[in-house]
Design a binder for this molecule. Sequence first.
Ligand code: RIB
Length: 303
Amino acid sequence: MTGTVVVVGSANVDLVVDVPRHPAGGETILGGDLRRTPGGKGANQAVAAARAGGADTSFVGALGRGESAELLLASLGGAGVRTETVDRVDAPTGTALITVSPDGENAIVVAPGANSRVRVGAAQARRIAAADVVLAQLEIPLGTVTAAALERRQGALFVLNAAPSRELPDTLWREVDVLVVNEHEAADLAGAAGTPEDLASALLDRVPAVVVTLGAEGSLVARRDTDPVRVPAARVDAVDTTGAGDTYCGVLAAGLARVGLAGLADAARLAGAAAALAVTRPGAQDAVPDAAEVAALAEGDQS
Ligand code: RIB
């Protein structure tokens, strides 16, 4: 069974420069050559669900009308993502300004452009209603995220990657089946500091399942009805962490579409393997591994 995923979210052209270190406020530094690559949390997650996760994946987003839009459509299409539900609008395609330091860490500023116009119209609603999993993030209007969640069919899962961190309205909290956050986002949403277990436990008051991603340490999977599980990550040399969290979310959604919420920890194992591979390569969508590579690393980790 393949499973059907609809990703609702942003698409950006990433303008990336390698830097010796991230500049401080008011400082100018020299970096490497400029790279122009496909990105955006939503589009990255869609590529990951399709290429690394093997899911039948559709993307709901909005792009401008120029060359940047073509770059993104080519990347999405190349990964096998369906793009009929992507609107073309009279606004510039989203753009992200990214610096990457030698340890692979990034700093990102996003100019949303067309992402502010992502909407759930009739065509998008039909596609969402046919999905096993609907996956969204927070680089598009919150009203659109909530509308997408409400269009899912009975029994389908709504997975929210609450990135970048924003306060969530109750109308959205109520719809979340699985919340995926890093430690910073978890602390923001929980309104407190603590261990990943503490944060997950606080967030379980609001949603039935929480995944806290822990970078090189893997992830924590927590559900109301079972003990939390730590899922370790493979040790790799990080070149560029941009989009690794998105690869994780896309593969997690693909896994959930195949096996449902009962298989959350197994889906997290595959997602962790995919994210570990992604950080060994530069770029966001360009770094997403294929399903065979993910399976090989995940199986190797268990032996
Ligand atoms: O998560 C990484 C992504 O964040 C980048 O591709 C950039 O476009 C921003 O959306």
